[in-house]
Design a protein. Structure first.
Length: 271
């Protein structure tokens, strides 16, 4: 500690951990390029609590499919210990908050690193680097999507490091911080001007990046509906992204699209 107080690295342990983890992951990206990956892309995930028991299995699966550029945000002490034991230097300490899902991504974008987010309930069928690179041509942001419903899924998504995407994500995080009652997935849909409505005026929303969705039919799927071409399958997200709970919300809920309200009314009329 200096006479003027703690150094910047001592003041920001999260940022220091993140820098070290991203450096290690970028070195690993060189190896992943052999499987069709991108030198500037790093995978990021987050884990804590009851999901800690899967850290060793995750690390083993990454090695099996040849993904050597994944940063793991660990939100409790047990997660960090298990991560460093099984996954090495690409581990970042954090606290339990949904916002940590996005703050780590913001650091990567500021450093000029493209990011692919994976929820911890994602299973990698194979190294998805080549498929991500192909899907991202012409776009700066790719979202997960559900085959059974008109629903974006933030269980996995890709962001290219660009000034516009950095601003978009920064404004999203700032808005979520100021509106903790809103669901982050719904907010993402609204910030992309896609189906969802939130308590924000159009003036509050940043410019929308060039975006699209991952192929939900055979390649990047939400369990369990897909079209069955196993050779194309890259990953499976084991959470129902159909948002059926929307049907149970009050009719005044602005997130329910008019088409869904009409369908619900028709089904109720038929008994």
């Amino acid at each position: 500690e200096s006479a003027n107080g703690p150094s910047s690295s001592e003041q920001r342990p999260f940022f220091k951990d993140a820098m070290g983890a991203f450096r290690s992951a970028l070195a690993g990206a060189v190896e992943s390029t052999a499987a069709g990956g991108d030198l500037r892309m790093v995978y990021v995930t987050m884990v804590y609590g009851r999901m800690n028991r899967y850290i060793a299995g995750w690390a083993t699966r990454l090695k099996t499919v040849g993904v050597t550029n994944l940063v793991m945000a660990t939100l409790d002490d047990e997660a960090y210990e298990l991560c460093t034991k099984h996954h090495g230097k690409q581990c970042v300490r954090g606290s339990i908050s949904v916002l940590n899902k996005y703050t780590l991504l913001l650091i990567a974008l500021q450093l000029g690193i493209d990011v692919m987010w994976l929820d911890f309930d994602v299973f990698l069928i194979q190294n998805p680097g080549r498929a991500i690179a192909a899907a991202a041509r012409g776009y700066d942001l790719l979202m997960g999507y559900d085959l059974d419903s008109d629903c974006l899924c933030n269980g996995f998504f890709y962001i290219r490091s660009r000034p516009k995407t950095h601003r978009w994500l920064f404004e999203l995080v700032r808005w979520l911080y100021d509106h903790p009652y809103e669901h982050d997935q719904r907010a993402i849909g609204a910030f992309l001007n896609y189906t969802e409505k939130i308590a924000a005026s159009p003036e509050e929303l940043p410019p929308v990046p060039r975006w699209h969705v991952f192929d939900e039919e055979n390649t990047f799927i939400n369990y369990a509906s897909w079209l069955g071409d196993y050779e194309q399958l890259q990953l499976v997200h084991f959470v129902d992204g159909s948002a059926f709970s929307l049907y149970g919300r009050p009719s005044w809920d602005p997130s329910i699209p008019v088409s869904k309200k009409q369908l619900e009314e028709e089904l109720e009329a038929k008994g």
